[in-house]
Design a protein around this ligand. Structure first.
Ligand code: PNS
Length: 159
């Protein structure tokens, strides 16, 4: 299959995301990792920081790292890509992902969402939990790539 868009907030990028990208690359020739610019949220990391974190963690010429604002389906149309890749961890992800995929299909019937299971080592890892644990001084080593770990430490030590 030619290309897919892997959209998300990636605040921060975790080993769960990395695992999904690695799996995705076995299925697609090219992946566009698309960071959502969400004016309604105050992120921990800026878009530029997130882009750098992903770049530092994924060294593969088949990956493009980009950001987008507004509707995902409009972005996909602009990029001329008709497949959206999303990860599924536990059953709890399903309801939200089901809504998202169906809303996107309603908005743009040509766009198909493909789900892949997150690597079994990272089923419980989410950016939200990583942020919370790191902000409270907990160790998130092994849950995020090394360069992200360094960034998190700097962020929470006032660096
Ligand atoms: O990593 P996340 O926060 O779970 O990713 C959610 C994302 C970025 C895939 C989703 O919020 C999104 O596509 N937002 C763009 C706005 C949009 O298209 N909304 C309508 C679809 S319901």
């Amino acid at each position: 299959m030619p290309a897919a868009i892997y959209p998300g907030s990636f605040d921060p990028f975790t080993n769960g995301h990395l695992s999904l990208i690695q799996r995705g690359l076995q299925m697609f020739d090219r992946l566009i990792v698309a960071i959502l610019v969400n004016p309604k949220k105050t992120p921990l990391f800026s878009i530029e920081e997130r882009r750098e974190m992903i770049q530092g963690a994924v060294k593969d010429p088949r990956i493009e790292i980009d950001s987008f604002q507004g509707l995902l389906v409009e972005y996909a149309k602009k990029k001329k890509v008709s497949v959206v890749l999303r990860g599924l961890r536990a059953v709890s992800d399903f309801e939200y992902e089901f809504q998202l995929a169906n809303m996107n299909r309603k908005l743009q019937p040509d766009i198909e969402t493909v789900f892949m299971m997150t690597g079994e080592d990272y089923f419980y890892v989410s950016s939200n939990l990583v942020r919370e644990v790191a902000s409270l001084g907990g160790n998130v080593k092994g849950l995020v790539p090394q360069n992200v770990l360094t960034k998190l430490k700097a962020k929470y030590s006032g660096g």
